[in-house]
Structures are given as structure tokens and as C-alpha cells.
Design a protein around this ligand. Structure first.
Ligand code: CU
Length: 153
């Protein structure tokens, strides 16, 4: 079964249950898998790479809760998101090249700094399209701390 046909079937099952007064455990499990929570893990590797890992991708358009965790032992990270068709490697950089030039991208939303081991949450309603999630602490973007998220209609 392809992922899209599995998705279509689970959607159909949920619609069927909405008409039923009886809630059962399987139904709750299905609703959970439909909920739009994206866990975001940010950490740095011993080799110097900075990474951002998303728990799911793509997601459906609508309200999405980003649960962001800084898993680094020793570095502050931050979480920014912008809708962009531009490939992250083509993002405008500040002079010196250590940070993305945020002034040149419109519509950036930001969670702000997260100390090592700390978590934060950001709720957004996203329309369909391609989004770039990134950390803009000096050097982190260039070291790989970004991810693209596809939001399906
Ligand atoms: Cu970072």
C-alpha cells in the first residue's frame, strides 16, 4: 500500500467514526496520527555538523504545533521558520556569511533562543507550500542546521 492510499483510508475511517457516538481506542489512535504535531530536534555532531530533525514531513495544511528541543549539550539554538521556494543553499547571507540575512526574507516567524537541553513550542497555521526551518545562531545554518518541510493541501 502506498503512503497516500494509506492516508486516504485512514481519513475515510475517521470520517466514519465522526458519525458514531462510540469512541474506541483505535479511533483515538487514528486521531493522534492525524494531529499535526511536529517534533523538532536540534543538535550538534562531534564532527561539527549541526542538524535539525523533524518527526514528520510532509504535514497537512492547518494548525501545526512545533515542539522544538535543543538536544545539544553545550550550544544555544534558535528556531525560525519561513515559507520559501528558495533552496536553503541559496538563502541570502549576511556579510561574513555566518548568518542568514533575515531582513531579506519576508514572513519569518521565530521561537527565539533555547538554552542547551531546553524545549519550546510554537503553534502556527500553515498553508500549503514549502517551508524552511532553521537556526540562525552564527555558523549553525552553514553547518547544516536547517530542514525543509512540505505542507500538503
Ligand atoms: Cu543552532
Amino acid at each position: 500500500m502506498t503512503p497516500s492510499s494509506a492516508h486516504a483510508i485512514s481519513s475515510a475511517i475517521i470520517l466514519a467514526f465522526l458519525g458514531s457516538p462510540v469512541a474506541i481506542a483505535d479511533d483515538v489512535e487514528l486521531m493522534k496520527t492525524k494531529s499535526s504535531i511536529v517534533d523538532v530536534a536540534m543538535t550538534n555532531k562531534p564532527d561539527g555538523h549541526q542538524i535539525m530533525i523533524l518527526s514528520r514531513n510532509p504535514v497537512r495544511a492547518g494548525p501545526i504545533l512545533f515542539k522544538v528541543k535543543n538536544e545539544s549539550p553545550n550550544l544555544v539554538h534558535e528556531f525560525l521558520i519561513v515559507k520559501a521556494d528558495l533552496d536553503p543553499t541559496a538563502f541570502p547571507m549576511e556579510e561574513g556569511g555566518t548568518r542568514v540575512d533575515e531582513a531579506k526574507l519576508s514572513g519569518i516567524k521565530e521561537l527565539g533562543d533555547l538554552e542547551p537541553g531546553r524545549s519550546g513550542q510554537m503553534q502556527m497555521t500553515l498553508g500549503p507550500g514549502r517551508y524552511v526551518l532553521f537556526c540562525n545562531q552564527p555558523g549553525h545554518f552553514m553547518a547544516g542546521m536547517f530542514a525543509t518541510l512540505r505542507v500538503a493541501p
